[in-house]
Design a protein around this ligand. Sequence first.
Ligand code: CTP
Length: 413
Amino acid sequence: MNIVLGITGGIAAYKTPELVRRLRERGADVQIVMTASAEEFVTPTSLQAVSGRPIRTNLWDKEAEASMSHIELARWADLVLIAPATAEIMARLAGGGAPDLLTTLCLATEAPIAIAPAMNRVMWANPAVQANRDMLEQRGMRILGPDVGSQACGEEGAGRMLDPDDIAAAVCDPEFAGAVVDGPLAGKTVLVTAGPTREPIDPVRYITNRSSGKMGYAIASAAHAKGARVILVSGPVMLQEPNGVEVQRVETAEEMHAATHASIVDVDIFIAAAAVADYRPADRATQKIKKTKDTMSLELVRSPDILASVAALGDVPFTVGFAAETERVRDYALGKLENKKLDMIVANRVGSDCGFDYDDNSVEVLWAGGERAFPQMAKTELAHELMDLIVERFTSTRGPDTQPALSIVSIKD
Ligand code: CTP
C-alpha cells in the first residue's frame, strides 16, 4: 500500500516518526509531505530516516519535481493520510484551496483521503471547525478521531490525535478505503432515494421539480459513516457521488420505483428523500411537439408511490418518509405517516426562502408516540442528527429484543 503521509503544524507532529514506523511495520510504503509549519515540530531529517524516502516540503522544488512530480505522487498514492490535521488544513481542504504541495496533492489525487485531526479542545468544538469536518466527511474523507484526554496545552477534552498504532491499524485494514466496518449500522443495508425525477413530455421537454438532492446525498453519506452498506437511488442532480456509497442513477419515477424494488429485499432501513413527481404525461411524444395551437393540454397519470409500495411489503424495512410542505406542515406530515404506514416522517417547510436547493434546513420528525424538532442547521449536520435518531428508533423497534412496532393508529390518541 502506497501512503502519502501529510504532516501539518500541530504539536502532535512529534508522534509522526512513530506513526511512520507503525505504517511500515504493516507493509506500507510511506512518502511524507510536510507543510512549512510542520517543520517547527518535527525535523525532515528524522522523518527521512524512518520513512527511507526523501521528504517533500515544497511545490516548487525543481529537483524533487523532476524525480516525481506532484501529479505523479497524487497517482502513486493508494491513500493520502493527513496526521496530525490542524484546523487550518481542514479549512483549506473544505475550501478547495491549493497554496502548497499537500493541498495541491489532495485536489489532484483520486485516492481516498483520511485525516486525523489534532488541536485544542475548544478549537475542535468551534462550529467553524465542526462545519468543515462535516463537509469533508460528506465529500467522502475519513475522519479518524480525535481522541479524548489530556492535551499538550494542559487541558482535558476531545482533540488529541489518535494513537499512532490505532491510526496505522485503521488505515491498513483492507476494508478501510471502501467501507466503514464498524458503527451502529455495521452489517445493515440502507437504501436512500434522492433528488427529483424527470418525466418526459417529448424528446426535449420534461416535468420536474426544484429538489437539489442535497438532503438525500447527505443522509446517504451519514448512513455510510455509521457503518451501513448504502445504496443511493438518485434522480438527476449536480452533486458529487458520496464515497463508499453504491449509486444507481435513474430519471423517471417508474425507473426509481424499479431500481428501489430490485434492491429492497436485503434492505434494513429505507429512507425516501426523493421528490418524486407524482404525475407523468400519459403519452410521451416520440418527436418534438410543435406549437400548432394557442393552448394545449397535457394529460397526466399517477406515478407509482415508491414509499407506500415499500411500506406495504410483507417483510418491510424500517421506512422513513419526507413531507415537504408549504403549509400545515405538521398536519400533512402526520397524514402521510398514517396513510403510508411509515415508521417515521421528516417534515419540512419548503418555499421561496427555505427547503429545496438551500444548504440549511430545519425539520420536525414524527413517529408513532413521539416527535423531535431539529433547528435550522447545515443539511450535512442535520443528516448526521437524523441518522442518530433513525438508528435509535430502528434499534428500539427492530432490535433483537423488541416487541413489534407501535401501532400507527395511536398517533391521534
Ligand atoms: N414518494 C415516493 N413516491 C412517490 C411520491 C412520493 O416515494 N411517487 C415519497 C417521497 O420520497 C417522500 C414522501 O413520499 O418521502 C412524500 O409523500 P407524498 O405524499 O407523495 O408527498 P408529495 O409528493 O409532496 O404529495 P402531496 O402532493 O400529496 O403532498
